[in-house]
Design a binder for this molecule. Structure first.
Ligand SMILES: Cc1cc2nc3c(=O)[nH]c(=O)nc-3n(C[C@H](O)[C@H](O)[C@H](O)COP(=O)(O)O)c2cc1C
Length: 156
């Protein structure tokens, strides 16, 4: 990436990076986002002035298909209720299947109302000492869109 850093850049890295991740997974490959724990081998790539690595995505054939782990509940990360549409729950459920940097799932989804027939959905991210919560949020938002569909709501 070159040039001035846009406010939403890290979130976009997560959002669009996850498109690559899920495509690779559907092709039968395995993937892992890598932000921290990798060997920095000199000369592997050359960065121009103003460019930086936001995150890596390792793609290959895994020795295993990974393992499940504990995830939060829909109620813990959203204001789901009898009044929220069923697709809202499906979106949050899909977001809860998204990878996050240290499995902390520090994101939340809030249904805040309907304006001109469009549901308004707001996201928040919590604090993490490790960082990467903006990338995590972008990843989770893409998952939410897959679960909820994009026809009925706007991000606000
Ligand atoms: C932004 C981001 C950065 C990550 N960085 C690392 C990393 O540096 N090292 C690592 O082993 N895993 C890393 N991961 C992988 C997560 O630990 C992993 O996705 C999470 O444990 C969820 O596991 P799952 O993908 O098997 O569901 C990262 C994931 C994300 C989303």
């Amino acid at each position: 990436m070159a040039g001035k850093k846009a406010d939403e850049l890290d979130e976009r890295v997560g959002y669009y990076g996850e498109h690559l991740v899920l495509l690779a997974q559907t092709l039968g490959l395995n993937t892992c986002w890598v932000g921290v724990s990798y060997s920095k081998v000199p000369g592997t790539f050359v960065l121009d002035e103003g460019e930086k690595i936001a995150c890596y995505i390792a793609i290959g054939y895994g020795e295993t298909q990974g393992a499940g782990h504990k995830i939060k509940t829909v109620e813990q990360v959203s204001n789901v209720s009898a009044l929220t549409p069923s697709w809202f729950r499906r979106g949050v459920e899909a977001a809860l299947l998204a990878p996050t940097a240290v499995n902390q799932q520090k994101f939340s989804f809030e249904h805040i109302g309907v304006v001109n027939d469009r549901h308004q959905i707001r996201t928040k991210r919590g604090f993490s000492l490790i960082g990467y919560t903006k990338i995590d949020l972008g990843i989770a938002k893409y998952h939410f869109e897959i679960g909820a569909g994009t026809d009925d709501f706007d991000w606000v």
